[in-house]
Ligand binder design. Structure first.
Ligand code: ARG
Length: 489
């Protein structure tokens, strides 16, 4: 980006009628002097909203075609502006665009350049338009594309989990509540649990995209226009599902940003919880998983260390994602209708959340895909006889005992085994309430193979579960492809 002269000078091109020139602000007519350097330094947003360049060009082109359709531009004028927009878009994409001092945001910069290229026709680009509907249009286009792309990465991550789950076959591990060993569960069931949470994230992203699919173009600064604009036609041109119904609402509505930030924050929380498990599981204390060298880090001082930094950073970044959401909600909460400059604060938060979650999804996905589960260590931990207590009580229920009594009997036997140092299996074997067949339960993995209830942590119900999960994932994939096609992606 080239740097021009300081913000106070006024080197506008007064000899170029109708042009904003390189030195004039968009509002120069009403002002005697130029803006202070400090004002530009504080209010300019170009350094982050340059990301919206392609979306602004698309929005501007649709606006120009709309103006031509209703006779506000001649065909020659519209052709000249469209060609200038195309050239400007190419300069921006190729990195050849020369910014000047007064380009306070990407929208100003594009209009300035179009006017330089197209001459007097360029000065008609902003007819019936305000940056308020212009910015909202470009940002909705950007958020739509970003959510569809991120949802695709979540689907990839889900696929990694399902592949790992299926590869793990009938491997089992301790299931925990309160981080205390509770009952054995198949490793596949545990990994699938995380995949279900990610599926809900994809659902929420698709919902958010459908809700934000509204075109603000034609709302003007706040009130629409006395010119014969056709918002429905520009909405269709841009691939939006519908035009706005209320100009005050659509120019000041940032629900779509808050919603996107929430969806990403909750996704971050889901990844963080899995991250916490990988941190625990890769510790010497658990030893359930060994990370691939390519997805672990070492220590600058302790030669033996192998650290799960990806899992930790994913856990850490969830704080930042939540911060981005709460920051915007606080910004929004005191704003009267309609546009207020505060709304410019909506972009950095979302750009940041999208960038961070995308990095995390790819790195974490690679870490999980390349990790080795140590299924013997997991099985050994799960074969702890104490974890069979619930299944033992259920065997007594099968014998006709009320569950509360069965619970008390097994609880008493377990207490005995602790105080007397006798294995639970010996005490159970010698207890008259249990059938002889109880011995089978103490065989490795038997508890998991006996579990039958639908959706439960048994090998039988798990086959059904994977059928459902994969059907959901197929459905997500086709919904995302439909959305992407409708958005022209
Ligand atoms: N960069 C600004 C934004 O993102 C542009 C809008 C300025 N509009 C205005 N009425 N001052 O919100």
């Amino acid at each position: 980006m080239t740097v021009g002269n300081n913000g106070r000078s006024n080197n506008g091109r007064a000899d170029d009628p109708g042009a904003t020139g390189t030195g004039e602000t968009l509002w120069h007519g009403r002002f005697e002097g130029g803006p202070a350097q400090a004002l530009m330094a504080f209010t300019a947003s170009l350094h982050f909203d340059a990301k919206l360049a392609a979306q602004d060009i698309r929005g501007s082109m649709a606006h120009v075609r709309g103006l031509a359709r209703v006779g506000l531009l001649t065909e020659a004028e519209s052709d000249a502006i469209l060609a200038a927009l195309e050239q400007t878009g190419n300069e921006l994409a190729d990195g050849n665009f020369v910014f000047v001092d007064r380009d306070e945001d990407i929208h100003t910069a594009i209009e300035r350049r179009v006017t330089e290229i197209a001459g007097p026709a360029g000065a008609k680009l902003h007819t019936g338009r305000s940056r308020n509907d212009q910015v909202a249009t470009a940002f909705r286009l950007w958020v739509k594309e970003a959510l569809i792309a991120t949802a695709g990465l979540v689907l990839d991550f889900q696929t990694v989990l399902v592949v790992k789950a299926k590869q793990s076959g009938d491997a089992y591990m301790p299931g925990y509540t309160h981080l205390q060993r509770a009952q054995p569960v198949p490793l596949a069931h545990h990994l699938a649990a995380h995949a279900w949470a990610l599926g809900r994230d994809i659902d929420r992203m698709i919902d958010a995209v459908n809700r934000l699919d509204v075109s603000p173009l034609g709302a003007g600064a706040l009130a629409g226009s006395s010119l014969p604009l056709d918002p429905a036609a520009t909405a269709a041109d841009l691939g939006f599902a519908r035009p706005f119904a209320n100009s005050l609402d659509v120019t000041s509505d940032r629900d779509f940003v808050a919603e996107a930030l929430f969806v990403l924050a909750l996704l971050g929380v889901h990844l963080s919880r899995l991250g916490e498990e990988f941190v625990l599981w890769s510790s010497q204390e658990f030893g359930f998983v060994t990370l691939d060298d390519g997805y672990a880090t070492g220590s600058s001082m302790m030669p033996q260390k192998k650290n799960p930094d990806i899992a930790e950073l994913t856990r850490g970044k969830s704080g930042r994602l939540i911060g981005n959401l709460t920051g915007l909600l606080v910004t929004l909460k005191g704003l009267p209708l309609a546009y207020n400059r505060d709304l410019q604060e909506d972009k950095e938060a979302l750009f940041d959340s999208v960038e961070q979650i995308n990095l995390a999804l790819v790195a974490f996905g690679g870490m999980v895909e390349s990790a080795q589960f140590n299924i013997e260590t997991m099985a050994e931990a799960a074969d702890d006889q104490a974890s069979l207590a619930t299944d033992l009580a259920e065997i007594l229920v099968e014998q006709g005992l009320p569950f509360r009594e069965a619970h008390a009997v097994v609880g008493g036997l377990f207490r005995d085994s602790l105080t007397r140092g006798v294995p639970l299996s010996d005490l159970v074997g010698g207890h008259p309430a249990f059938p002889d067949s109880v011995a089978f339960l103490f065989a490795p993995g038997a508890a998991v193979s006996r579990r039958v209830s639908p959706g439960g942590a048994g090998l039988g119900p798990m086959a059904d579960q994977f059928g459902q999960l994969e059907a959901e994932m197929d459905r997500s994939g086709s919904r995302l492809r439909t959305l992407a096609a409708a958005a022209g992606l």
